[in-house]
Design a protein. Structure first.
Length: 337
């Protein structure tokens, strides 16, 4: 590697988008052992990046603190002596705990997967966090089965849209919610059976679920909103239902009615990818590679892109995400020299 410098999105101050700059910074060190040096072509934006910019969600210990980015797509630049799966020049995508919004990233080989040939760089970058999170939550954590009923909140988000498609591909009946009817109409084409716009009233979806299921409730709820939906979630779940807590933009603390949980024998599971160990991320990536990559290659499921920005437009990308108007993933093109 000729140069030791690279361009990256850098958080220079916590707060508004003015704290984001694209700067020249140190490139990650050379790959050793099982590490892989990837030349990043595109990276997607996540709500975690916005929270990190605000100072509310720092990167885990040992991870670069001022360069955001949890997912990326690019080419293998160099491999360590123990890395065996990918050769130099291979097209790969993957997840990381930070640092992906830069021209280069260094990651364990086990957290990478091959990019299907039908995906360009922007589409590839829109896949890893959304589809690995969705697959892990729905199938590994919740054990969603063919023929079950699942309710997906924030259906127009990246994870929401990935979840709709994976649930439909598994043979489940898929219900969804969003704050706006327009997003739900667009999401119907990806596999929603029924949907309801809830605005600021979560009781609307619990009432709708009882109507759709003749009072039985849903087997699984994927909650990307948070505490404001908790009571209505418990009401909407069927006996032995499973609630997956994945996101908290609607709050992270709420009183829990133990009686309803115990009476229905519910299971409540929290999940997050970013802070997991390398081994856990590798396991989730292996399952994604086995179960989701073939669906992406056949275009049974596909990433949904809201808008693509150049890396220098990162402030506008954050403003777009904070507007809550996006449908699908926001992607940054990373211009490598």
């Amino acid at each position: 590697m000729a140069s030791e410098k690279m361009r990256a999105v850098v958080i220079t101050a916590h707060g508004g988008v003015e704290g984001l700059e694209v700067r020249e910074t140190e490139r990650p060190p050379a790959a050793t052992a099982d590490r892989v040096h990837v030349r990043v072509r595109a990276a997607a934006l996540n709500r975690a990046d916005v929270l990190q910019r605000m100072g509310r969600y720092p990167a885990p210990a040992g991870v670069v603190q001022d360069i955001p980015g949890l997912e990326f797509a690019g080419e293998v630049e160099q491999t360590g002596s123990e890395a065996r799966r990918f050769k130099q020049g291979a097209r790969v995508f993957g997840i990381t705990a930070g640092g992906a919004q830069a021209e280069y990233v260094l990651v364990p080989e086990s957290t990478l997967a091959p990019v299907p040939s039908n995906l360009d760089w922007a589409a590839a970058a829109a896949v890893p966090e959304a589809f690995i999170t969705a697959h892990d939550a729905l199938f590994t954590r919740a054990g969603l089965q063919m023929g079950e009923r699942v309710l997906i909140h924030a259906a127009g988000s990246g994870v929401g849209l990935a979840s709709i498609q994976l649930a439909r591909a598994s043979g489940a009946t898929v219900f969804g919610t969003s704050r706006t009817a327009e997003k739900l109409e667009r999401a119907r084409a990806l596999g929603l059976d029924e949907a309801v716009a809830v605005g600021d009233d979560p009781t609307l979806f619990s009432n709708a679920v009882h109507e759709w299921t003749s009072g039985a409730g849903v087997d699984v709820i994927l909650d990307l909103v948070g505490s404001s939906y908790l009571s209505a979630n418990l009401d909407a779940l069927a006996q032995k239902g499973r609630l997956l807590l994945v996101g908290t933009p609607g709050g992270s603390s709420a009183p829990l009615d133990f009686g309803r949980v115990m009476g229905k024998r519910l299971r409540i599971t929290g999940t997050v990818l970013r802070s997991r160990s390398v081994e856990e991320k590798a396991h989730a990536t292996r399952l994604f590679s086995a179960h989701v990559l073939p669906l992406l290659a056949r275009e049974t499921v596909r990433p949904v892109i809201d808008k693509i920005y150049n890396m220098d437009e990162v402030r506008a990308a954050h403003e777009r995400m904070e507007s809550n108007e996006s449908f699908g993933k926001i992607v940054l093109k990373i211009a490598s020299a």
